[in-house]
Ligand binder design. Structure first.
Ligand SMILES: Cc1cc2nc3c(=O)[nH]c(=O)nc-3n(C[C@H](O)[C@H](O)[C@H](O)COP(=O)(O)O)c2cc1C
Length: 389
């Protein structure tokens, strides 16, 4: 079973990850993982933390001479910023007057700070914010990229990009071809497809930053050549669209998930929404549209998988919001921790990563995921079988 776990605090020594269930015999390209990590650090509207970090993954288990072994893959990403925090975030040195200097007592609205402190009984809310920080998503991107490489070896392509920022749409075409989307988004630092929106959105971000405010947006993920029949209709917890929705909601700041034209479909009659079925000799079954985002009955339909995510605006504002001190109980301005104006660009790579993980999981659940060559052969045979159905 393909599954993973991450550990590590935002300013701790490093992030750690363990990914199990990757087939043996995958040629792993470390440069691709590092490129995905670099992409996660880019994008217009980021704060200064990204100037400090230059994420690079170190693989310490599960891979030999560039090939996966089928054993758990162990990964680490060093936090360069830890050098400034080595006393405050020391894992084992006992707390003293010096290393507890940056204690947090004014919880930031929209963060885990207050409720996390209440639940775990922390009196220094740094104990909450260090782990709830989206720094952890760097590891999910590294793990997601390994899964993306599994998918690529099975001729499945996936991309996540930015469809809107702060209410400003930037994706009028809603393309369903990954290569076409890739060609368009790599021309700008917003990961958007509509070049004409780059300058207006830069201006919007600059203006928002000047006002000490923040922005959210909409992310869209498209996957091509996903075979029909991943996931199952038989029980609620076997439905793949549900698993993808959970994975997307598991990413910091995501407040909505949509499969295909989900919310828009709700406003249309059924005759305009269903993806009518066609059949041609040689090609077999296909659909005339993809309003349902490549899913029927919790299973992939063979059409492009389309997932959208709504990201709330960044909760840390330089124009601070009202909070109340957990010690003095005085109503005061919330703590400001170094922050982005918008993180929609890196978030689009994180969402791409978690969808890739769910697709790789579904494939290795459906076919024998012990060995890459066997998996490729089984999937090819399955695709052939479906084309004859
Ligand atoms: C890639 C990424 C970067 C983020 N960067 C920041 C940031 O710089 N400052 C901030 O306050 N929140 C940031 N967030 C959002 C918070 O991590 C998130 O809102 C917070 O942990 C509370 O979780 P929730 O919004 O899921 O309830 C970021 C989220 C993502 C996905």
């Amino acid at each position: 079973m393909l599954t993973y776990l991450t550990a590590g605090e935002s300013h701790g020594p490093e992030l750690s990850g363990i990914l199990t269930g990757v087939p043996a015999g995958l040629s792993l390209d470390i440069d691709q993982i590092n490129q995905a990590l670099a992409d996660r650090q880019g994008g217009y509207g980021r704060g200064n933390r990204q100037k400090i970090e230059h994420d690079e993954v170190v693989i310490t288990g599960g891979v030999r001479h560039g090939q996966t072994l089928g054993s758990p893959i162990a990964l680490t990403i060093r936090n360069r910023d830890h050098a400034q925090w080595s006393k405050i975030m020391h894992p084992t040195a006992a707390a003293n007057a010096e290393n507890t200097l940056r204690a947090v007592s004014r919880p930031r609205p929209g963060h885990a700070d207050l409720v996390g402190g209440m639940k775990y009984g922390h009196r220094d809310l740094r104990n909450v914010l260090e782990r709830s920080s989206a720094r952890e998503t760097a590891m999910r991107v590294a793990i997601g990229n390994i899964c993306k490489q599994v998918l690529a070896a099975l001729d499945i392509q996936i991309i996540g990009y930015v469809a809107a920022i702060g209410g400003q749409g930037a994706d009028p075409e809603q393309l369903t071809d990954v290569a076409q989307i890739q060609a368009k988004i790599q021309t700008n630092d917003l990961r958007i497809t509509e070049a004409a929106q780059v300058t207006p959105i830069h201006e919007l971000i600059d203006q928002t930053k000047k006002q000490g405010d923040t922005l959210g947006g909409i992310i869209r993920v498209v996957a091509n050549n996903v075979p029909a029949g991943l996931g199952s209709y038989v029980s609620w917890d076997t439905k793949l669209d549900a698993k993808i929705a959970a994975a997307v909601m598991g990413v910091n700041a995501m407040k909505g998930v949509e499969i295909g034209d989900g919310f828009e479909n709700a406003a249309h009659p059924g005759s305009e929404v269903m993806d009518e079925i066609d059949w041609t000799a040689g090609q077999g079954f296909s659909r005339n549209s993809d309003h349902l985002g490549g899913f029927e009955g919790g299973m992939t339909s063979g059409m492009p998988v389309i997932v959208k995510a709504a990201m709330k605006p960044i909760p840390t504002l330089y124009k601070p919001l009202q909070s109340a001190d957990i010690n003095s109980k005085e109503v005061k301005q919330a703590t400001v921790e170094r922050s982005d104006t918008t993180a929609i660009v890196p978030a689009s790579i994180v969402i791409e990563s978690v969808v890739a993980i769910e697709l790789a999981k579904a494939i290795t659940d459906t076919f024998d995921g012990s060995n890459m060559t066997r998996l490729q052969a089984q999937l090819a045979a399955y695709r052939q079988e479906l084309s004859q159905y």
